[in-house]
Design a protein around this ligand. Structure first.
Ligand code: BGC
Length: 816
């Protein structure tokens, strides 16, 4: 029985009170000697009140019956949400809009100050772990983030189950390339490595598999994909992105969302995705995370916003606002973005979440709100639905509604969306995870295979003078491996927790295992893992040891391991004012090169390294990005030719920081003039990547030389493998609007295909184009295709010398 006991108690209490009141009034009356011992009206009043109460009770029993609709899984999600919300007070609804960090995370907040009732100073000055647990038990918390074990997830759900309405908590985590913050999971290559595969299918599969591993460990909501457009490689978060091209970022984000959510995420193996960070953080004014972005509405509409349109069309159910202000308005209070464009223009159906304490920062950082109350109001009024994270938000919102300042509709909308997610995810029926079964679901053979395959295909060969692939040997040749990233978990990138050693193949381990089967003796020297502090003595020692080797493989790059915050040179909140190899890494490489031993560079990094010296002096350079659990195996397979490298750069690598902003899709006047002492070409162009074989391209052929409306045309091109290795080539299609009312980029990617070609084989690759591919915002900001000629280019990279052209004519203006 659900309400009966409570209702009975309530009923009895009211009856007692009535009797008491009636008694009191009788006494008074007696005293006044106005009425007789038994007041004649008293019974009538008693009867009327009794009848009214009974009617109320009966109707209460019928609507809020013993088997509430919201607890009945056979009812529709809409009906369940409506029923549940009809039982909720304003306060209950606002609690759903609030998030807290996990209890274990809180404990780590200030490890030196873990006292009873005071163990959360690091995060919530006023609240202890016990307080937060109690709040959860009282139904005062809608969501948690960073709950790193299934055990804790179950514990939190147990607390929530004790709450009056028993609403489960929604648990979110940054599972950006696998559920890597949880130990024992599959860690796929960082998003920038996945993007280098130029294969959207990987993103789908990684999303789908990650969702399973998340649900197995109690999380339901991933704060990814990061669909920020990269425009400044100083930014530490490049590794989290899919690079610099809006078309590609949008496609990959949408595929990953589809993988995570599997249509509408109804079920127990799916999770909610979160497109982030809205908007412009990849183009901050100084390359620093959270710094202001000042970007024209045209550039927002043409470059930064299109991936959000694709994410919404793919059904993304949450979107995170960005730390940064955009054109003077902090993203967290931008009604234009949250409500006007994404919600009203593009019909976003999901909910918005704030980024880490950014509602607070409307007051403390941006100074656009005088206190947390005003900040909360501004954000929710602009469209925000959930607060990440902490205690100050709910009171502020409740007060704003009570004062009539904030519309209750905003709270209802937010609460409805969040509850809808909880019902669809099956949390009311399946809130607990099976701790035993969990083990079978993590780091499975199937998931490992995806991690390995995506690492193999995302590795980019930047230079090779013929030294690679390393050939099988019978003479026990020696390979010397060293460098800060050679033998540790830096290959797992940002947003990972330490993984069991046995789940990780480091670069050295990969080379040793495969190298020995190829007849090599492989030795490793630890030259120091802290990139910020490489000792000269270690450099000397490394070069001594390299002398006797036949090859030296030096593994350098960046470090974005968040649990080694002080050693980091990249990753969240760690931008760099330079783009070259950090610290003494180049000294290490030079010292080894001076021994005369041929050097092969393996880069392990999330953001591009601009080091022209390497390109000029080193015979082979492999960009492995942060290739994940089995990254070392993938690197070794490429080095020894088991795998023919096929990855291509999803970003431009500038020669120096002074060349920034350097992007392939720049405007026509960008390089009209020169730099005094710097080239105006990049070190490596967007779309570039070498192979052990050679590909040649035919001329692009259009199915129709002109376009008049919304019809599709195809562009086909023959690609031949004219070398000696089987391989996979990534064919690319770019367009250029030759004459337009407002300026257009010199090239825009509009198609890419990975095609497997055996040595000697030729295949026809076909791309489709339509009006949408050619559209832009004209001089009046009308989204359309202007009549005139478009250059269609196909080839192996964005470099003009790698592209062949054909002209497509648009006959008339096409409005979309
Ligand atoms: C990051 C977000 C992330 C959140 C939760 C923030 O600092 O900017 O991308 O999802 O933390 O971990």
């Amino acid at each position: 029985m659900f309400y009966t006991k409570k209702q009975k108690e309530l009923f009895n209490r009211i009856m007692k009170q009535i009797n008491k009141n009636v008694e009191n009034s009788s006494k008074e009356n007696n005293k006044m000697k106005i009425l007789s011992k038994k007041h004649p009206q008293t019974d009538t009043i008693k009867m009327i009140v009794l009848c009214a109460l009974l009617m109320l009770f009966v109707s209460f029993k019928t609507t809020k019956n013993d088997d509430p609709i919201y607890l009945d899984p056979s009812k529709s999600v809409e009906a369940r949400v409506a029923d549940l919300m009809s039982r909720m007070t304003l306060e209950d609804k606002v609690y759903q809009m609030n998030q807290f960090v996990g209890l274990e995370h809180m404990k780590k907040g200030n490890p030196n100050d873990v006292k009873e009732n005071n163990d959360a100073q690091g995060f919530y000055k006023t609240l202890s772990v016990n307080d937060v647990s109690k709040m959860c038990e009282e139904g005062k918390i809608g969501s948690f983030l960073h709950v790193l074990t299934a055990k804790e997830a179950n514990y939190l759900q147990e607390l929530a189950l004790k709450s009056p309405l028993k609403i489960p908590v929604l648990i979110g985590i940054d599972a950006i390339h696998g559920n890597a913050l949880v130990s024992g999971t599959t860690v796929y290559p960082s998003p920038i490595g996945l993007a280098s595969t130029w294969n959207d299918d990987f993103l789908y599969t990684v999303g789908k598999q990650t969702a399973k591993e998340m649900r197995a460990t109690g999380s339901h909501w991933t704060f990814t994909p990061n669909i920020d457009i990269l425009r400044d490689p100083r930014w530490g978060r490049v590794g989290e992105t899919f690079g610099e091209d809006p078309f590609m970022v949008g496609n990959m984000g949408a595929s990953m969302i589809r993988g995570f959510q599997q249509d509408d995420f109804t079920g127990t193996e799916k999770v909610i995705a979160c497109a982030k960070h809205m908007i412009g953080g990849g183009e901050s004014i100084n390359g620093l995370n959270a710094a202001p972005a000042d970007i024209s509405v045209r550039t927002l509409r043409e470059v930064h916003l299109p991936p959000y349109k694709k994410a919404i069309d793919a059904g993304v159910y949450s979107i995170m606002a960005a730390h940064n202000e955009i054109n003077g308005v902090p993203s967290h209070m931008s009604k234009w973005l949250m409500t006007d464009v994404l919600r009203n223009e593009w019909n976003f159906q999901g909910f918005y979440v704030s980024d880490w304490l950014d509602i607070e920062r409307l007051n403390t950082l941006h100074h656009t709100a005088k206190d947390m109350k005003e900040a909360s109001f501004l954000s929710v009024d602009a469209g925000m639905d959930m607060h990440m994270h902490g205690p100050k938000f709910t009171d502020a919102i409740i007060a704003s509604v009570k004062e009539g300042k904030l519309s209750i509709n905003r709270v209802n909308d937010a609460c409805r969306k969040i509850l809808t997610a909880k019902f669809k995810l099956g949390l009311f029926e399946n809130r607990f995870v099976d701790l035993e079964k969990k083990k079978e679901l993590l780091f499975t053979e199937e998931h490992k295979a995806t991690a390995l395959e995506s690492a193999r295909k995302g590795i980019v060969l930047l230079k090779n003078n013929g030294i690679l692939p390393l050939q099988k040997t019978n003479s026990k040749k020696k390979i010397f491996v060293t460098g800060p990233n050679a033998n540790n978990q830096s290959i797992l990138g940002d947003w990972h927790a330490v993984q069991p050693d046995e789940n990780v193949t480091t670069v050295y381990e990969g080379i040793k295992t495969l190298g020995e089967t190829k007849g090599y003796a492989v030795n490793f020297f630890n030259s120091g893992e802290n990139i910020r502090n490489i000792k000269s003595s270690k450099i000397k020692e490394a070069s001594e040891k390299a002398k006797n080797a036949d090859y030296a493989i030096v593994v350098v790059g960046d470090n974005s391991m968040r649990y080694k915050w002080k050693d980091k040179t990249a990753g969240e909140n760690m931008a760099r004012a330079s783009l070259n190899l950090f610290g003494k890494q180049l000294d290490l490489v030079k010292a080894i090169k001076e021994t005369g031993t041929p050097v092969i560079i393996v880069l392990v990094n999330g953001k591009p390294i601009s080091e022209p010296w390497l390109e000029e002096n080193i015979p082979a350079i492999l960009e492995s990005w942060e290739p994940g659990n089995l990254g070392g195996q993938a690197v070794a397979e490429v080095l020894f030719g088991e795998v023919n490298p096929s990855g291509k750069l999803p970003l431009t690598v500038a020669r120096s920081v002074g060349q920034l902003r350097m992007i392939y899709n720049h405007k026509p006047s960008a390089y009209f003039h020169k730099y005094a002492y710097e080239k105006k070409t990049p070190l490596y162009p967007f779309g570039f990547g070498l192979s052990y074989t050679k590909y040649t391209y035919g001329e692009p052929v259009l199915s129709n030389a002109s376009l008049s409306g919304k019809e599709k045309i195809t562009v086909s091109v023959e690609v031949s493998n004219t070398g000696e290795f089987d391989g996979e080539e990534i064919a690319q299609l770019y367009i250029r609007d030759n004459v337009s009312s407002a300026t257009r980029p010199v090239k825009e990617l509009k198609g890419y295909k990975r095609v497997a070609l055996k040595a000697g084989e030729t295949k026809k690759v076909t791309f489709s184009l339509n009006a949408e591919s050619l559209a832009f915002y004209d001089i009046n900001m009308v989204y359309c295709v202007e009549p005139g000629k478009f250059t269609i280019m196909t080839g192996s990279s964005s470099n003009s010398k790698d592209l062949k052209k054909v002209i497509l004519t648009v006959n008339n203006k096409i409005e979309l």
